[in-house]
Design a protein around this ligand. Structure first.
Ligand SMILES: Cc1cc2nc3c(=O)[nH]c(=O)nc-3n(C[C@H](O)[C@H](O)[C@H](O)COP(=O)(O)OP(=O)(O)OC[C@H]3O[C@@H](n4cnc5c(N)ncnc54)[C@H](O)[C@@H]3O)c2cc1C
Length: 446
């Protein structure tokens, strides 16, 4: 019997993971990718002895599902754990970098929240669960309701700025942090939920890991792609997708030398970013208007400023993950990662690499400045906060006009549109981080 032929659009982590799972189901899979490399957002670049990640810097391995995926594809043996110091995280408060509490004792002594803010946080177990419209609640409303305004301003706000380049007011809790949402529903409180092991405790690893790879995060999709039976077709941009009368899907792409490549498939699975979907000519598909709903995904713009220094230029011990900036502090950056503390080989010996995030939903206009100005403002903020003496010895910038897809109030409609398109068009699926969620474990589909 002939194997079913499946075409996967895009060789980011989602596309490669899906291709592996489709091959496991006995299908013949071909990936089309516009770039000349695999990995999509996961791109690691070496320059002057520095190793920079343009996309995700770390992969958080918290669940058995994520660990099993990495083990199944023999990837875990190449993982490098983040420096233990990185459990320490900082925020900016009143122009100072202060460390976040790591346990109950440091919570009491920390200046992260005022005594009143701490008291309010301790009331969490006694706050009743939300009854009405809980599934539409934003992260901001949830945190303020359960933990208080200070926890929102100095906890959730900088955290969401760092993870999603967004604001807690824009994120729908159910989509952004489904476990937190379920915890309240099941246990009535975060505290009581944590005491009882949270939702699906058997799914959680006893000890979570924060990992990357010797060559940076791009090594993950690269190694996974090496396991595919048929290597991805690189440098081929999808231009047209057509459903033929016999039910086959014609996929047409344009190679980098301008040639058109066309192949027929039984199924097509897109993992393309939502904002490119309407650049493709879709012929003969039903409910095509739903593609427009998918393109409503909001991706805030973001600039990553990489700055290298001789270690002795920086007074701060850089003994942690990095620092995040609450919006209330009115600074021009979202935060800075201590990249060379996180992983060993990110900077030459006796040098330090800082990665500073600028823009996001908070300050999108900053991403339209000339690159040299963005770098300068990142430098000036770090200089004051970390005590830096002199200019960087290395500089590099990566601009993302559309960065992470935000799980906002359009997400329900987008998920419904993707599923309706599949129902209406046999053999078509629209997936990827704008539907499944941006965190890397969501992209590792099994
Ligand atoms: C700056 C940044 C930092 C992040 N940090 C973290 C983090 O620390 N931890 C974490 O868990 N997640 C993080 N993420 C999120 C995570 O990296 C992404 O959600 C994930 O890598 C997306 O993978 P994907 O395969 O779904 O999409 P993509 O990586 O976008 O892959 C889509 C692929 O489609 C290709 N393509 C586009 N158009 C066409 C076309 N017409 N024809 C053919 N191919 C096409 C693209 O070239 C790309 O290779 C971060 C994201 C960004 C942007």
């Amino acid at each position: 019997m002939n194997k079913k032929r499946v075409c996967i659009l895009g060789a980011g982590l989602s596309g490669i993971s899906l291709a592996l799972s489709q091959e496991n189901k006995g299908k013949q899979v071909l990936i089309f990718e516009k770039d000349l490399r695999v990995g999509g957002v996961l791109e690691s670049v070496k320059s002057n002895g520095y190793l920079m990640d343009y996309g995700a810097n770390t992969l958080s391995v918290r669940t058995k599902k994520t660990e099993d995926f990495l083990k199944q594809h023999k990837i875990l043996e190449y993982a490098v754990d983040a420096n233990q110091k990185c459990s320490k995280r900082f925020i900016v408060k009143k122009n100072q970098i202060i460390s976040l509490p790591q346990g109950p004792l440091s919570f009491l002594s920390s200046s992260f929240l005022s005594p009143l803010g701490k008291l309010r946080l301790c009331l969490e177990p006694f706050i009743s669960r939300k009854q009405d419209n809980a599934s539409e609640e934003t992260m901001a409303s949830f945190v303020e309701r359960r933990l208080g305004k200070q926890a929102l301003d100095y906890g959730a706000n900088p955290f969401i700025g760092g993870v999603y380049a967004s604001r807690p007011e824009s994120l729908i809790l159910k989509h952004a942090f489904p476990r937190l949402y379920e915890t309240e529903r099941k246990f009535g409180s975060i505290f009581w939920g944590m005491m009882r092991g949270g939702v699906q405790p058997s799914e959680k690893l006893p000890k979570s890991r924060l990992i990357s790879f010797q060559e940076g995060m791009q090594e993950l999709p690269k190694r996974l792609a090496e396991k595919l039976q048929t290597p991805p077709v690189l440098g081929c941009e999808i231009k047209k997708i057509e459903i033929k009368n016999n039910g086959k899907w014609s996929v047409q792409g344009e190679t980098q030398d301008g040639k058109i490549k066309e192949e027929l498939f039984d199924e097509v699975i897109s993992t393309l970013p939502s904002h490119v979907l309407l650049n493709i000519e879709w012929v003969g598909i039903k409910a095509a208007h739903l593609l427009k709903t998918l393109t409503q995904t909001f991706h805030p713009p973001l600039a990553l400023c990489f700055q290298g220094f001789n270690r002795q230029q920086i007074q701060h011990p850089l003994d942690g993950f990095g620092f995040l900036v609450p919006e209330k502090e009115k600074r021009k950056i979202l935060g800075t990662l201590f990249s060379s503390t996180l992983f060993q080989n990110r900077a030459p010996e006796n040098c330090a690499l800082l990665t500073t995030f600028v823009g996001g939903e908070r300050n999108p206009e900053l991403c339209t400045l000339p690159e040299s100005e963005i770098m300068e403002l990142a430098y000036k903020e770090n200089q004051k906060l970390l005590g830096i003496d002199g200019k960087p010895t290395f500089e590099h910038i990566k601009l993302w006009p559309k960065s992470i897809p935000i799980p906002d109030s359009t997400m329900d409609a987008r998920i419904k549109a993707a599923s309706a398109l599949s129902l209406e068009n046999k053999g078509l699926q629209i997936l990827g981080s704008h539907i499944n969620g941006a965190p890397l474990p969501n992209c590792m589909v099994t």
